[in-house]
Design a protein around this ligand. Structure first.
Ligand code: MOS
Length: 708
C-alpha cells in the first residue's frame, strides 16, 4: 500500500486559494443579483412600535424594504436538534440589541447600506436583563438529557479531604471572528431554493431551510465550496440566511446578504459567558478524593444553548467522588452557540487552573500531580479505547524543557522580565455520525469522489483526497475531491471534530468498494491492479466501461457503548511578564497530542497551531464587552475586540504522539479540530501565576488584573 495517508501532502486547494480562484459565498455572482442589508435593533428588550421606511424606499437603487409588515410568512418556530430560534420578521418583539428588524434590498451593497441607515424605528421598551449576575439560574432540561453527573458523595469527600482548593473561574463572552464573515446568496426557481451559504454543514442547512419554508429537502440545495473558517459559528443556520431567501422571494430576484464585521457581533452566536466553581479534594500525596465542577452559563431569554463545560472532568482524572452540574441564566443577548471546543475550552481553563492550584497546595510538580491522577476508565467506568495523556505530558515536558523550571512563583527572570512556565492537560471526545460517499473511477485512470461534507479551512479536501487515493491505489493528482454540495452524498457538519472520522470513513469504504469491483473485473488478480492509474485505465477499457462507481453508507457501530473514546494532549506555555506594566507575552508554546491516526502531518499541525493561537487569544485578549445599561456590545469591531496577531504568536511546536486505535472508526482518526485549544488558556494562566505569583481566575489576563 502506498503510504499516502499520513504524508504531509500540500493542500490540494492551496493554489485556488492563494490565486483568488476559490469562490466563497459572498463572491458568488448571479445575474440580476440584488443586495440585502439588515437593519438591527437598538434596544435589547421590548418591541418595534413603529418603523418608518419611507426615506429608505425613496433612496437611490432601493428595490424594496422588508419588515414584519410585508415579510413572507415562514415557520420560524419549529426546531431540530442544534437549531437556534430565528429572528426573521414574523413579529415585532425585540429580545436583544442588534436583532434584525428590517432588510433593505437594493441594486448594490452600497445603496442598500445607505438606505438601511435611513430606517427609523420607535420602540416600546421593556426591562432587559443585561447583567449575567442578575439573571436567575435554572437547570436546563432540553432534550430530556440530565445536565448533571454524580458519582459517590463529592461534597462529603471534599469536607474530609486532607488538601482542598475551591475557586470560581470566569470566561467572558467571546466572538468567533473567522476571516470570512457570514454570507448568503439565495435564489428561487419557482418553488426550488438554491442557497450559497457560509456554513459548516450543507445538509443541516438544507434541512433547516426546508423546514422554515415548508419545502421537501429535495426542494432546497445548499452549496458551500470554500469556507474561511467556521469554529462553530457557522455550525447552525442563522437569521440572515433565512432573511436572504425571504428577500429573494419578496423581490423575485436572487439576493445576497453579506455580514459586515460589526454584524458578526449580532445575531450569529458567540461563546457564552461561563462562571465555574471547581473544588478539588485530595489526599496528602495529591490523589484526588473529590472533584466538584459546577457551571453557570449564559443563554438568551428566548432560546437555550448549553455546552458540556464540565464534561472533561469525567474524563481527565480518576476520582471516587465526582459532581458535575450545568446551569443556565437567561439574559437579553443573542443566543450563544458552539465555539471551538464549546465545553472543553472553558471547562479546561477552570479544571486545569485548579489542578495547578492543587499542585502548589500539595507541593508536588504539576505534571507529576496529573500522572498520579491518570486513569484507565472514565467516570462511568468505561475503558478508554486509547489514551495517550501520559505520553503527551512526558514528551511535551521533554521538548519544552520542563526540568529547567524552578517551581517557586516569581523565581525565574530574564533581565527585568518575569519568566513563567505552565502546563495543562487536554482532552476532547471522539464521535462520528452517519455519512455516505460516492467514488467514480474513469476510463482515463482518474477518479472523482463526492461527499456533502464542507472543508471549512481545515484541509478536508486534502485529507479526503489522500484517503481515497490510497484506497484506490491512485496518486493524489489523479483523484478529484468534490465537497460542499447538499446534492452530494450525506455528510454531517464539519463540527464537533467529527467530519473526518465520519466522511473519511465513508470515503475509504466507497473507494474500497470501487477497488473490489475493479478487482472483480481483473478476475480477482491483484497483480492486474498493481500498475495504478494505467492499469485501472486499461482494465476499464477492456471491460468497455466509461466509469465504475463505488458507494458506501458508513455509520457508527456500538463502539461508543464499549469504550470511552477521546483524544488527549498536553499544553506547555512559557511567558514573559513585565513586572511594571503587567503585560504578558507568550514566549514559547509546545503542545503534544495523541489523537488517533494523523492523516496529514502538515494540515494536522496547522490545526494544533491554530488551537494555540486561539488559546493565546482566550488567555490574554478576547473579551466581548456589554454596556450593562443597554445590553449593547461596546467593542463590535476588530480594533477593540482583540485577537492575536502574528506578533502575539511565538513559534509553536506540536508533537504528534503516534496512536493506533482500532476501535474508533475505519480510518482510525479521532478528530483534531478542537483539542488544540483545550487547556491552552490554562497553560498560559498557570505560566502567568508561576511568573508573578498572581492567580488570575477571570479571563482574559489583562495588565489591570495583574497589577490590581
Ligand atoms: Mo465546532 S465548535 O463543533 O464547529
Amino acid at each position: 500500500m502506498n503510504p499516502l495517508v499520513g504524508a504531509p501532502v500540500d493542500r490540494v486547494d492551496g493554489r485556488l486559494k492563494v490565486t483568488g480562484a476559490a469562490t466563497y459565498s459572498a463572491e458568488v455572482a448571479l445575474p440580476n443579483l440584488a443586495y440585502g442589508v439588515m437593519v438591527l435593533s437598538s434596544t435589547a428588550s421590548g418591541s418595534v412600535a413603529a418603523i418608518d421606511v419611507a426615506a429608505a424606499r425613496r433612496a437611490p437603487g432601493v428595490i424594496d424594504v422588508m419588515t414584519s409588515r410585508n415579510a413572507p410568512r415562514v415557520d420560524a418556530k419549529s426546531k431540530g436538534a442544534g437549531d437556534r430560534t430565528l429572528m426573521v420578521l414574523q413579529d415585532d418583539v425585540v429580545y436583544y440589541d442588534r436583532q434584525p428588524i428590517a432588510v433593505v434590498i437594493a441594486d448594490t451593497f452600497e445603496h442598500a447600506t445607505d438606505a438601511a441607515s435611513l430606517v427609523r424605528a420607535r420602540y416600546a421598551k421593556a426591562a432587559a436583563i443585561t447583567r449575567f449576575d442578575d439573571a436567575a439560574e435554572y437547570k436546563p432540561g432540553a432534550g430530556g438529557r440530565d445536565p448533571d453527573l454524580r458519582k459517590g458523595d463529592a461534597s462529603a469527600a471534599l469536607a474530609q479531604a486532607a488538601v482542598k482548593v475551591d475557586h470560581t473561574y470566569v470566561v467572558p463572552v467571546e466572538h468567533h471572528n473567522p476571516m470570512e464573515p457570514h454570507a448568503t446568496v439565495a435564489q428561487w426557481d419557482g418553488d426550488r431554493l438554491t442557497v450559497y451559504e457560509a456554513t459548516q454543514g450543507v445538509v443541516s442547512a438544507r434541512r433547516k431551510l426546508a423546514q422554515v419554508f415548508g419545502l421537501p429537502p429535495t426542494g432546497v440545495r445548499v452549496v458551500a465550496k470554500f469556507i474561511g473558517g467556521g469554529f462553530g459559528g457557522k455550525g447552525t443556520l442563522w437569521s440572515h440566511a433565512v432573511l436572504a431567501a425571504m428577500s429573494a422571494k419578496l423581490v423575485g430576484r436572487p439576493v445576497k446578504i453579506a455580514l459586515t464585521r460589526p454584524q458578526m457581533f449580532g445575531s450569529v452566536g458567540f461563546r457564552p459567558r461561563t462562571v465555574q466553581r471547581v473544588a478539588l479534594g485530595a489526599a496528602a500525596d495529591g490523589r484526588l478524593t473529590s472533584l466538584v465542577h459546577e457551571t453557570s452559563a449564559q443563554t438568551s431569554v428566548f432560546d437555550e444553548f448549553m455546552a458540556g463545560t464540565g464534561a472533561l472532568s469525567a474524563v481527565l482524572y480518576g476520582t471516587p467522588n465526582l459532581t458535575i452540574t450545568h446551569r443556565l441564566r437567561r439574559v437579553n443577548s443573542a443566543t450563544p452557540t458552539f465555539m471551538r471546543a464549546p465545553g472543553e475550552s472553558c471547562g479546561s481553563f477552570a479544571l486545569e487552573s485548579a489542578m495547578d492550584e492543587l499542585a502548589y497546595a500539595v507541593g508536588v510538580d504539576p505534571i507529576e500531580l496529573r500522572l498520579r491522577n491518570d486513569t484507565d476508565v472514565d467516570a462511568q467506568g468505561l475503558p478508554f479505547s486509547s489514551r495517550a495523556l501520559r505520553q503527551c505530558l512526558e514528551q511535551g515536558a521533554e521538548r519544552f524543557g520542563w526540568s529547567r523550571r524552578d517551581p517557586r512563583p516569581r523565581s525565574m527572570r530574564d533581565g527585568r522580565m518575569l519568566v513563567g512556565m505552565g502546563v495543562a492537560a487536554a482532552t476532547y471526545p471522539t464521535h462520528r455520525s452517519p455519512a455516505s460517499a460516492l467514488v467514480q473511477v474513469r476510463a482515463d485512470g482518474s477518479a472523482t469522489v463526492r461527499s456533502a461534507g464542507v472543508d471549512i479551512g481545515t484541509g478536508a479536501y486534502t485529507v479526503f483526497t489522500q484517503v481515497a487515493a490510497e484506497a484506490l491505489g491512485l496518486p493524489v493528482a489523479r483523484v478529484r475531491m468534490e465537497l460542499g454540495d447538499s446534492a452530494f452524498p450525506n455528510a454531517p457538519n464539519a463540527g464537533g471534530s467529527t467530519l473526518t472520522a465520519s466522511a473519511g470513513s465513508a470515503i475509504k469504504l466507497a473507494a474500497l468498494d470501487a477497488r473490489a469491483k475493479l478487482l472483480a473485473l481483473a478476475g480477482n488478480d491483484p497483480a492486474a491492479l498493481a500498475g495504478g492509474a494505467d492499469a485501472i485505465a486499461a482494465l476499464l477499457r477492456r471491460a468497455g466501461l466509461a466509469t465504475l462507481e463505488g458507494h458506501s453508507d458508513a455509520k457508527p457501530g456500538d463502539e461508543q457503548q464499549k469504550y470511552a473514546m477521546h483524544s488527549f494532549g498536553a499544553q506547555f506555555a512559557e511567558v514573559r511578564v513585565d513586572p511594571d506594566l503587567g503585560t504578558v507575552r507568550v514566549a514559547r508554546f509546545v503542545n503534544a497530542f495523541g489523537a488517533g491516526r494523523i492523516l496529514n502531518e502538515k494540515t494536522a499541525k496547522s490545526q494544533f497551531l491554530g488551537g494555540a493561537v486561539w488559546g493565546i487569544g482566550m488567555a490574554l485578549l478576547e473579551d466581548t464587552r456589554y454596556d450593562e445599561r443597554t445590553g449593547r456590545i461596546m467593542n463590535a469591531n476588530l480594533a477593540e475586540y482583540l485577537v492575536p496577531v502574528n506578533a502575539d504568536v511565538p513559534a509553536v511546536e506540536s508533537i504528534i504522539v503516534p496512536e493506533d486505535d482500532p476501535h474508533v472508526n475505519e480510518i482510525g482518526v479521532k478528530g483534531i479540530g478542537e483539542i488544540g485549544i483545550v487547556g491552552a488558556a490554562a497553560a498560559i494562566a498557570n505560566a502567568v501565576y508561576h511568573a508573578t505569583g498572581t492567580r488570575v481566575r477571570e479571563l482574559p489576563i489583562t495588565p489591570e488584573k495583574l497589577l490590581g
